[in-house]
Structures are given as C-alpha cells and as structure tokens.
Design a protein around this ligand. Structure first.
Ligand SMILES: *Cc1c(COP(=O)(O)O)cnc(C)c1O
Length: 398
C-alpha cells in the first residue's frame, strides 16, 4: 500500500484508536480542519502570524566553517532555532490555536514532558486570549521548573499529574480524559505529528512550511541543487515538516535521526524506527512503530534529549520507513554532545540537544558524499535550554 489509501491512514499506519467518547470531537476537528485547510482567509491569517509573530521565513544559512571542517560539499542549516520561543513547535501551535478559535473553543489544553510544547501552547493561548491548561507529570514539574514558571507567566494553569510514573505518558492520558469531559469548549493541541487522525496530517501540514521554504531558498543558493536532508526525530514533526515537500524527490536522500541514547539495549535509547527491536503497535490513538518489549508492552525509552525521548513515532514516518523514502538512523548521547559543542565553536550557534542529533549525523554522512553535494540540516531549536544539562553531562561545574 502507498499513500493515504484510506482517510487518516498512511499505508497501514495511523488511524483512530481512541475511546468511543472521543470520537465525536475527533470528527468535529476533522471536519473543521478539512474546511479551514482550504480556506484562503484562514491560510492568510496563519501566514501573517508566521511572518509577523513567529519570524518566518527562517534563514537558510550556509555554514561555511562547518563545511570547511568536513572538507567538502556545502552544508546549510535551516534555522528553526531563530523562531519565537526557540523552536519549530510554534508553527504547529499557531496553526492549531487559529483552528480552535475558528471552531469557537475558549480553552486549549496540552500535555508536556520537558515543557517545550507546554510553553509553545501557553504562548499562543496568551496571544489569542484563550484559557490554557497544561497537563504535566509531577516528576517532570520538578525537573523542568523554569518551563513551569514560564507557562505560569504566560497565564497558563499547569495541572500536576500524579498517576503512574507521573511523566509524559500519564500527562497525555490525563489530558485526553479532561478533553473528553470538556469537548464543547476545549481544543487539545498535540505537540508532534502523532496521535489519532487528523492530528498527524494536521501537524505535518503546519510544519511543512519548513520544507517549502527550503525548496525556495535552495533555488537562490545553489540553483536548486539539493542532495541530502537531515532532521532529528522524536515524535517526528520537524522531520516530517522538512521531508514532506521532498517526498517524491528520490534524488534528495532523506535521513531521520533518532536518539541512540547510551546504547542498543532495550530501554537505553529512543530508536523507534532504526532499532531492529521495534515493531508496530498502537500508542496514543494511532498504529505506528513503537519501542516495546516481547509482550508488546510499551517500554520507557531514554535519551539525553527530552524532546527525543518518546517511545512512538508519527505514523507517516512508519510508512516512509517501510517504503524506504526516508532512512532512519541513530546517534548516541556522546555523538550529540560532540556536535553540540562543534557547532557552538565553529559557527557561534548553540543548537538544541535534539537538533544536535541531526548535526552529529554529518560526521557519518560527509565522508561518503561527493565533493559538490549539498546538505541541509534542520536546526529544530536553540540550545539555551540545554546549556546547564550539557555542562553537567561534560562533568563541569556551573
Ligand atoms: C520537541 C522538539 C523536538 C522533537 O519533536 P519532533 O516532533 O520530533 O520534531 C526536536 N527538536 C526540538 C528543538 C524540540 O523542541
């Protein structure tokens, strides 16, 4: 099977595996999205906020020093790190809040682990004067005090979740429960290209502005020559946003970089597609590849990077993986830390630890490229949020 054979399916992946009680609100959302994704006024308003609020188009920067370091080719960085709030997540949050407004909702809710998606959601809620509730495990609240404080500053209510392991998975369940009980006036903003239909399609569409801009910008830079695209993969939203525009361009080789953590053992990495141990299953409303044990239980995954530390992946990536459209690879903590320092030193750009995984893959890719080949790496976010953790990981005092 290829393409979206059926509504909300990417080949055999995707779908809507949700409690019956959530179906009416998914149907409502699907209809609204179908309508507004073709509505010129909606799209014009979104473009306006991308330009005037978020800071689009983002730069496509020729990284000359990094290119020199590898001694050949041409390496460009797609600077999503320059966006308001410091990462690509704002692209999706803006799209969804505008949709929620059109649907007459007065409140948005979100789940968050590291707090990045919570901050993006609280930001757009503040901008549009909407109520905002962010569900967060108490363990994560303790670990991410700065982001919790930011969300509160932005006027959001951070709802502590104490069930289960008191982390992201439990916060997600709690958000779904709340949504089901308040479907009339609440929109649930999912932060990555995951979840039941229509989320993976909707989030991909909002993030696809990344790839469309790359297409345009690379024309000016290289006359259109582009050989490789690299992006990191957590749930997969910055990666799908980068790749989607080029999905039919077989001459553009696409690499999705997952977190290989501290090694190949089960539970030591977050390699949903690039580990031989992964198989498809159902998580958070969709059928897709999952990190699971022999009994099919979803396992807790690990990465130094909070944004890549997710046991699932968007269903479209599962299809791209099986069709060979994108190659999924792993980069471990150590390699990512080295790339974090390398870009900081060579280009004066401190990347997010998530994005550092994509950057680190250059060390494996560049020795195999030809002299004149063109590489674009999506820099999904900036590293200010990670400096403290990196200093600690390097064994230094702060
Ligand atoms: C959240 C995040 C990611 C991972 O999310 P995707 O949906 O896979 O893009 C990657 N980079 C940064 C900077 C993030 O904040």
């Amino acid at each position: 099977m290829t393409g979206e054979m059926k509504k909300g399916r990417f080949g055999k992946f995707g779908g809507q595996y949700v409690p019956e009680i959530v179906m009416p609100v998914l149907n409502e959302l699907e209809q609204a999205y179908e309508k507004y994704s073709r509505d010129e006024e909606f799209l014009a308003e979104l473009r306006k906020y991308y330009m005037e609020y978020a800071g689009r188009p983002t730069l496509l920067y020729y990284a000359e020093q990094l290119t020199k370091h590898y001694g050949k080719g041409k390496i460009y960085l797609k600077r999503e790190d320059l966006l308001h709030t410091g990462a690509h997540k704002i692209n999706n949050a803006l799209g969804q809040v505008l949709l929620a407004k059109r649907m007459g909702k007065k409140r948005v809710i979100a789940e968050t682990g590291a707090g990045q998606h919570g901050v993006a959601t609280a930001t757009v809620a503040a901008l549009f004067g909407m109520e905002c509730r962010v569900f967060m495990g108490t363990v994560d609240i303790e670990r991410q005090k700065l982001n919790v404080f930011k969300m509160k500053l932005l006027g959001a209510e951070v709802v502590p979740v104490t069930t289960g392991t008191a982390t992201l998975k439990d916060a997600t369940s709690e958000a779904i429960r709340y949504w089901a009980a308040h479907i009339e006036d609440t929109h649930y903003i999912i932060g990555s290209a995951v979840g039941p239909h229509p989320y993976p399609t909707m989030v991909r569409d909002f993030q696809s502005v990344i790839g469309r801009e790359i297409r345009q910008q690379i024309k000016t830079e290289t006359g259109g020559r582009l050989d490789y695209l690299l992006a990191c993969v957590g749930g997969g939203s910055n990666a799908i946003g980068t790749f989607y525009e080029f999905k039919d361009d077989a001459n553009v080789r696409k690499f999705g970089v997952e977190a290989a953590g501290r090694g190949p053992a089960i539970g030591d990495n977050a390699q949903t597609l690039s580990s031989p141990a992964s198989r498809p299953g159902v998580l958070h409303g969709a059928y897709s590849y999952l990190a699971q044990d022999e009994d099919g239980q979803v396992i807790e995954v690990y990465s130094i990077s909070a944004g890549l530390d997710y046991p699932g992946v968007g269903p479209e990536h599962s299809m791209f993986h099986e069709q060979g459209i994108v190659k999924y690879v792993g980069i471990n903590d150590q390699e990512a830390l080295e790339a974090f320092q390398l870009l900081s030193r060579l280009e004066g750009i401190i990347p997010a630890v998530e994005s550092s995984h994509a950057l680190a893959y250059l060390a494996k890719l560049m020795p195999q490229t030809n002299e004149d080949e063109v590489v674009v790496v999506t820099l999904s976010g900036r590293g200010d949020k990670d400096v403290q953790q990196v200093v600690k990981a390097l064994g230094e005092e702060i």
